[in-house]
Write a protein that binds this ligand. Structure first.
Ligand code: NAP
Length: 252
């Protein structure tokens, strides 16, 4: 049996990835604050398991219970493969340093960095215990490698997740797991709406993002998810620790 643990499956890229995995008969465990009834009925129609674990991943006190629930479902004697898609994320605070709000900054770091690290930490333990192969996909951003006015926190957590991915890949060499980061490019999701609603004082390039939307330059999460699934189709061609960028993959 195969399971996929997809964080942030209630909308955007996470929902699209979860839907396409269900279509490949992979059982899905979605983790987010709100449930996704569309995925639930999609799975029912295809007679695939869909579980939802409700968890605010920016709240450290909710993590342990959620991890136990996920592990109980996914890491069993009957499981042979587990996908872990660390996708849930936030872009706020979009603000210049000097104006950052402490609570929001701490939540951001917990959601975008600490949660994927601790989820992966537990799943690597469980995979070893049960002799299960895994594919760990950490969703990152081009912002990890760019300096963007107003995005100090987001760029930092995405840069850190890229480094985490490379370190994990090094440690797991020869164990057969797939370990990559995936940079999805600019997508038409709620996150982009939040970006466009920023003030120019907080984010100098906001007009550029409004223009991209007007020009139809944002990709659909469905298309972006399909490119990821294509990549995962042939694990032997994957370089562990690599940051795979949507734009490079579609040009190939
Ligand atoms: N959109 C882009 O242009 C773009 C570009 C580059 C990289 N990315 C990356 O792609 C990933 C997906 O982005 P997206 O655009 O699909 O975002 P989105 O539409 O804003 O969706 C975010 C997802 O994360 C979940 N989430 C947010 N806060 C959470 C919390 N505290 N606890 C648990 N789940 C939480 C949300 O579910 P709930 O609200 O139900 O909890 C939702 O399912 C992110 O890692 C993002 O950084 C996006």
């Amino acid at each position: 049996m195969q399971y996929a643990i997809v964080t942030g499956d209630s909308r955007g890229l996470g929902e699209a990835v979860a839907k396409q995995l269900i279509e490949k008969n992979v059982n899905v465990i979605g983790v987010s604050r709100s449930e996704n009834n569309t995925l639930k009925s999609h799975a029912e129609e295809r007679q695939v398991e869909y579980h939802h674990v409700t968890c605010d991943l920016s709240n450290p006190s909710e993590m342990d219970a959620a991890l136990d629930e996920i592990v109980q479902i996914a890491f069993t004697e009957r499981t042979h493969y587990v996908y872990v898609v660390n996708n849930a994320g936030m872009v706020e605070p979009i603000e210049t340093v000097g104006n950052l709000e402490a609570d929001q900054t701490a939540k951001h770091i917990q959601l975008n960095l600490t949660a994927p690290i601790l989820l992966t930490n537990r799943f690597i333990q469980e995979a070893d215990k049960h002799d299960i192969q895994m594919a760990v996909i950490n969703v990152t951003s081009g912002a990890a490698e760019k300096t963007i006015h107003g995005w100090s926190v987001y760029s930092s957590t995405k840069a850190a997740i890229n480094r985490f991915t490379k370190t994990l890949a090094l440690e797991q060499e020869g164990n057969g797991h797939v370990i990559i980061a995936y940079s999805p490019g600019v997508m038409d999701t709620d996150m982009q709406e939040e970006i466009r609603s920023s003030s120019e004082d907080a984010f100098r390039d906001v007009e550029k993002f409004k223009q991209m939307k007007e020009e139809g330059a944002l990709r659909s999460p469905t298309e972006v998810a399909a490119v990821l699934l294509d990549l995962l189709n042939d694990p032997h061609d994957i370089d562990n620790g690599e940051v795979y960028k949507l734009y490079d993959l579609i040009e190939k």
